[in-house]
Design a protein around this ligand. Structure first.
Ligand SMILES: *Cc1c(COP(=O)(O)O)cnc(C)c1O
Ligand SMILES: [Zn+2]
Length: 404
């Protein structure tokens, strides 16, 4: 049996692992899965066989006997991006394309662990509020597990590709008149009262799956860590998870430093950036978050406390970028590196560019940007920002004359 329990990051209260609990029953704080690292055999991490999230099961909250609900998530490529680096004016840039997970976003890493845990706990169904990708991923894993899936989406605010996935994989979908934060508020109460398993990133098991991004980055770089990791921040679960992954590598003596965790928000939804810059412990939620990057259109990020700790204790920064900067970065990444991402993911590249221009990032830093979701998630945005196909007669001369 693996030793771990669930601990409140604020007051330290502990909860047994068969307890279904999302936030501390004593103080309301966020929860974290705590292992007894002294009992861990390092070889099981650095020499692990297999691919993807479950390769690192020695650092996941399951016994070896557990059969995972999996669709081969993780094991995404880490591309060296020299053309993009040159365009931005730095030397050593990598992009980890999480859009190449089975559902097209990193959410699969969290869901394989979260849904496997839910099944182990014997839950009767799973649910989430979502800006889109969480629901797409959860619908797939619920289908694979054969359990009902309920998703609450903010009406009119979810990219087309994501809704299509949730619909196709059989989730019951509610289109809420409200924003993401409203949907999360509703689903949290619903899950408590109807004993449905909540799989938003407030669920600490999801973050256990997502921390494997850190393991894969380190492993691909020869068990060395980059100087900095940059990623978009919405509900702030992923930055907290990746930080935890690197922290574990350090705790175990596999790596000796932690990358500067650098979180990028959209200018119209940046409560974490504000708290970071004003040196505050708590965020001030934003009532009307607005950005074209729908995956990070979140005004009240539940994992803010974890994220602020990750950013500050690793010597990172939080910065915001405009929608124009996001679009520019999305086009640049697609056209100089062939990496197609949805708008939120491009925020990491836009943030990198801005921080280099501000002198915050040194030219020789080794940087890994995480691109969180695939281009095809948001085809409507592509149609808005790219030149439309030219309609012509089927005639060689006509086409020839128009070639650019
Ligand atoms: C979920 C998501 C994010 C935000 O991640 P958080 O963990 O909520 O900060 C960013 N980009 C994409 C594509 C996402 O799906
Ligand atoms: Zn507590």
């Amino acid at each position: 049996m693996k030793e771990y329990d669930v601990k409140c990051i604020r007051c330290g209260a502990r909860f047994p692992k068969d307890d279904i609990v999302y936030t501390c029953r004593k103080c309301g704080g966020l929860l974290d899965i705590k292992y007894d690292y002294s009992k861990l055999d390092l070889e099981r991490i650095v020499k692990a066989k297999g691919e993807g999230v479950w390769k690192y099961r020695a650092l996941l909250p399951f016994d070896d006997e557990t059969t995972p609900i999996t669709i081969n998530e993780g094991n995404t490529p880490l591309y060296r991006c020299d053309r993009l680096a040159q365009a931005i004016g730095i030397d050593d840039l990598w992009v980890k394309h999480e859009g190449l997970n089975p559902s097209g976003s990193f959410k699969d890493r969290g869901m394989t662990v979260g849904v496997t845990k839910g099944v182990e706990l014997g839950v009767k169904g799973v649910a989430c509020a979502s800006t889109g990708n969480t629901s797409a991923s959860l619908a797939i894993f619920a289908a694979k597990a054969g359990i009902p899936c309920y998703v609450l989406l903010p009406k009119g605010k979810v990219a087309l590709g994501k809704v299509a996935q949730a619909m196709m994989h059989g989730a019951q979908i509610f289109s809420l008149r409200g924003n993401f934060d409203d949907a999360l508020r509703v689903v949290r109460v619903l899950c408590e009262e109807e004993s449905i398993y909540l799989l938003n990133s407030v669920n600490p098991y999801r973050l256990e799956g997502q921390k494997t991004i850190a393991f894969e980055v380190a492993e691909k770089l020869g068990w060395a860590v980059p100087d900095r990791v940059i990623l978009p921040v919405g509900n702030a679960g992923n930055i907290s998870a990746i930080f935890k992954g690197f922290l574990e590598l350090k705790t175990l003596g596999i790596a000796d430093t932690i990358p500067r965790m650098t979180g990028i928000q959209a200018a119209g939804a940046k409560p974490i950036v504000n708290a970071f810059k004003e040196n505050k412990e708590e965020i001030i939620p934003e009532d009307k978050p607005e950005t074209i990057a729908s995956a990070i259109r979140i005004g009240n990020p539940v994992n803010a406390a974890k994220a602020l700790h990750a950013i500050r204790s690793s010597g990172g920064v939080a910065e915001s970028v405009s929608d124009e900067e996001i679009t520019e970065a999305q086009l640049l990444l697609a056209r100089v590196e062939g990496i197609g991402v949805e708008p939120a993911s491009a925020a990491s590249i836009a943030g990198l560019k801005k921080l280099v221009e501000m002198g915050e990032i040194e030219r020789d830093e080794r940087i890994v940007c995480i691109t969180t979701g695939h281009l095809l998630k948001d085809p409507e945005r592509v149609i808005e920002i790219c030149e439309a196909p030219i309609e012509v007669d089927a005639d060689v001369e006509v086409v020839r004359k128009m070639l650019k």
